[in-house]
Design a protein around this ligand. Structure first.
Ligand SMILES: Nc1ncnc2c1ncn2[C@@H]1O[C@H](COP(=O)(O)OP(=O)(O)OP(=O)(O)O)[C@@H](O)[C@H]1O
Ligand SMILES: [Mg+2]
Length: 229
């Protein structure tokens, strides 16, 4: 398969199986999806339907059992982890359902990390991370370690970390799940302003109807099968 020239991300015949005892569980079944540059897409579905698994594959964090993933003309399956990490570092922001903050780093250091590994100067990393933590309402938590932050505060640190490298695409897995309604709207507004101002492509897994309704396209995962809704 060759990637459609107008597509930003294209997957075809994606299957994901994982071993379970002597047999295999099929988590994703023949998923086909094309996302264009600057599109906003919501992925909905019941718990256990495969949403996190799909997002992880789309972002190149894991490989499918079968099928192809093309990301900005790169055939992700054909690349090794180091090559995929380079693409992620340059283009992808990922907000994990369970945050994945590094426990030995402060909020500020966690947010600085994606820029630091791209050899941006320490002073600029610190300035931009401070600004992002301010935007998500955490100016007074810069030096807190994740264990000293509430769930919603950890989520906002993870959100600031996802945005700091000015990604071309943001994958967000239940981004507002731990936030109150007001803070959830604030964070959603930041996300959609990136889409409006910088044409950032958004792929959001969510149970939040309001957030899903702000997206141009809504897809439903039902026991590993993806369909429009
Ligand atoms: N590494 C694994 N080994 C075995 N089973 C797995 C593995 N990863 C995921 N699963 C199973 O695959 C199914 C889909 O998991 P996934 O995390 O993608 O669901 P989800 O739609 O994100 O659910 P939730 O809304 O609860 O976050 C679940 O039944 C889960 O138990
Ligand atoms: Mg999940």
């Amino acid at each position: 398969m060759k990637m459609d020239a107008s597509a930003f991300l294209e997957v075809s015949h994606l299957n994901k199986q994982v071993p379970s005892g002597d047999s295999q569980i099929t988590i994703l079944k023949d998923v086909n999806l094309t996302i264009k540059n600057s599109e906003t897409v919501a992925i909905l579905g019941a718990s256990g339907s495969g949403k996190t698994t799909l997002l992880t594959l789309l972002a190149g964090l894991d490989l499918p059992t079968q099928g192809d993933i093309y990301f900005q003309q790169h055939h992700l399956n054909a690349l090794d982890e180091e090559q995929r990490a380079l693409i992620r570092g340059a283009s992808v922001g990922f907000i994990f359902q369970s945050f994945h903050l590094l426990p030995t780093l402060t909020a500020l250091e966690n947010v600085m990390l994606p820029l630091e590994i791209q050899y941006v100067s320490y002073e600029r990393c610190k300035k931009e991370a401070t600004e992002w933590l301010h935007r998500v309402g955490l100016s007074d938590r810069l030096n807190h370690y994740p264990s000293k932050l509430s769930g919603g505060e950890q989520q906002r640190v993870a959100i600031a970390r996802a945005f700091i490298n000015n990604p071309k695409i943001v994958f967000a897995d239940e981004m507002t799940g731990n936030l109150d309604t007001h803070t959830g709207h604030l964070i959603s507004d930041i996300l959609f302003s990136l889409n409006t101002l910088q044409a950032t492509t958004l792929v959001l897994v969510t149970h939040d109807e309001t957030l899903a309704s702000r997206c141009q396209r809504r897809l439903l995962l039902n026991e590993g099968v993806l369909q429009p809704c």
